[in-house]
Design a protein around this ligand. Structure first.
Ligand code: ATP
Length: 328
C-alpha cells in the first residue's frame, strides 16, 4: 500500500529553532489522522510541510508515493482548512467556495455547480448569496470546509478547524466532520491541542512534544497505554504514580499511570483521604490523598459521594496499572 503521506526523518529548523526534528510518519489513504500536542510542539509546521508552505531542512516527504520536494502547494492534491477560515469578506459564499476553481480556469457554469454541491455537502444549501459576515462562526467553518472540498483534494489538512467554535457546536462539528470524512473517503490530517477532539475523531493519533512524535497509535492505544509520563499527563487525566508509591501500593517499582475511572471505592483496599469532590454531571471527580500523593478518582453517576475529610478504601484491577517505559 502506498501511504497518502510519508515522512522520512523530516526536520524543519528555523535558524536555531528546532520546530520539527527527524519525524518518521506514514498516513494511510482514507485515514483520519490527528496530530496532537501542546503549543509549539511542531504540529502546524508538519501540516505546512505536507501542504508545501514550508520546505524541510532535512529528510524526505512523499505524497501518494511521489516526492513532494519542489512541488508547489497548488500542485500537491492537498488542501488546507485554516483555523481562521481565511474567507474573502467581500465575496459572497458561492464565490468564496468557487474561488479555487476560478483560479484553475474552470468555467462559470461548472464551478457554480461544483460550489453548490460542496455547499450541500456541508449542509449549507442556499447560502451561496450571503457574505461571510452574515454567517455564524459554525457556518463560516462549513464554508471553509466546502471551499477546500470543492477542489476534490486527496488529502485534506485541517489546522485546529474547530478551535473558534463553542463547546456544543464543536461537538456537533466533530461528528459531522467524521461522517463527512467517512462518506468521502478522503485522507484527513488534522492538528489539535485538544485531546478529546483527537480521541473522538481520529483513526490514529500522533502525540507531539518538542518537535517529535512521542507516541503513535489508535485513540484506545494512546489512552490506555501511554508510553511516557508526558503522554499520560497530556492525554486524558491519568494519575501518574511514582515508583516508590507503586511499591507501597503492591506494584512494581516503576512509574505507572492509572486512569481515574479505573479506581473505585471499595470495602477494602488502599486507605485514602477525600480532599475534594467535583460534581461533573455524568460523573463525580474525587481528589484523594494517598500517603502525600494526590490522585483523582472518577465515580460514575449515582455512586455514593463520600464526605470531604473522611477516609475511604480504594481498589483497582492490577491490569489497569500501566507501567511506562520511561519517566520523561
Ligand atoms: P501551536 O499549537 O501553538 O500552533 P504547534 O505545535 O503547531 O503549536 P509549530 O507552530 O509547528 O507548533 O511551531 C513549532 C516551533 O517552531 C515553535 O517553537 C515555533 O515558535 C517555531 N516556529 C514555527 N514557525 C516559525 C517561523 N516561521 N519562524 C521561526 N520559528 C518558527
Amino acid at each position: 500500500m502506498i501511504p497518502a503521506v510519508r515522512f522520512q526523518q523530516v526536520s524543519r529548523y528555523f535558524g536555531q529553532v528546532r520546530a520539527v526534528d527527524r519525524v518518521d510518519l506514514e498516513i494511510a489513504p482514507g485515514e483520519f489522522f490527528a496530530m496532537l500536542g501542546p503549543s509549539g510542539s511542531g504540529k502546524t509546521t508538519c501540516l505546512r510541510l505536507i501542504a508545501g508552505f514550508e520546505q524541510p531542512t532535512g529528510g524526505h516527504i512523499e505524497i501518494f508515493g511521489e516526492t513532494a520536494e519542489g512541488i508547489p502547494p497548488y500542485r500537491r492534491n492537498v488542501n488546507t482548512v485554516f483555523q481562521d477560515y481565511a474567507l474573502f469578506p467581500h465575496l459572497n459564499i458561492l464565490d468564496n467556495v468557487a474561488y479555487g476553481l476560478m483560479v484553475k480556469g474552470i468555467g462559470k457554469a461548472e464551478r457554480t455547480k461544483a460550489a453548490e454541491q460542496a455547499l450541500d455537502l456541508v449542509k449549507l444549501p442556499g447560502y451561496g448569496g450571503r457574505k461571510p459576515g452574515q454567517l455564524s462562526g459554525g457556518q463560516r467553518q462549513r464554508v471553509a470546509l466546502a471551499r477546500a472540498l470543492v477542489n476534490k483534494p486527496k488529502v485534506l489538512l485541517l489546522d485546529e478547524p474547530l478551535g473558534a467554535l463553542d463547546l456544543k457546536l464543536r461537538e456537533q462539528m466533530q461528528e459531522e466532520l467524521k461522517s463527512l470524512q467517512r462518506a468521502l473517503g478522503i485522507t484527513f490530517v488534522f492538528v489539535t491541542h485538544d485531546q478529546g477532539e483527537a480521541l473522538s475523531m481520529a483513526d490514529r493519533v500522533a502525540v507531539f512534544n518538542n518537535g517529535g512524535i512521542v507516541q503513535e497509535g489508535t485513540p484506545q492505544d494512546i489512552y490506555r497505554c501511554p508510553k511516557t509520563r508526558f503522554v499520560a499527563d497530556f492525554v486524558g487525566s491519568s494519575n501518574v504514580i511514582a515508583p516508590d508509591l507503586m511499591t507501597t501500593l503492591g506494584g512494581e517499582k516503576r512509574w505507572a499511570s492509572l486512569r481515574p475511572e479505573a479506581i473505585h471505592v471499595a470495602g477494602e483496599g488502599v486507605e485514602a483521604r477525600v480532599e475534594h469532590a467535583s460534581f461533573l454531571g455524568a460523573a463525580t471527580r474525587l481528589s484523594v490523598d494517598i500517603r502525600g500523593t494526590r490522585l483523582h478518582v472518577m465515580l460514575p453517576a449515582g455512586a455514593h459521594i463520600p464526605d470531604i475529610g473522611t477516609s475511604v478504601r480504594l481498589a483497582w484491577q492490577p491490569v489497569d496499572v500501566h507501567y511506562m517505559d520511561d519517566a520523561a
